[in-house]
Design a protein. Sequence first.
Length: 97
Amino acid sequence: MSSKIYVGNLPYTIDDASLRQNFSEFGGVMSAKVMMDRDTGRSKGFAFVEMSSAEEAQAAITGLNGMSVSGRSIVVNISKPKEPSTGYGSGYRDTRN
């Protein structure tokens, strides 16, 4: 099992430091990163946290999934690896001759 966790439905006011603090209750936090919109600098409402071990990750998931943070019920689960790209675009191509 992985030690990387996905955290969703976060309040837009949460930052890396407060995220780290919430998860440190369950073990060592290797990294905690709130995903930010590069254009606005505002939180996208989700984050990734990496715990020191899979056991600590599972403890954090059990302890925090569904917890209310600033009025929002957060979603906490094991991060799924990004699907590899096929290399084919899904954009529109005009095939008229």
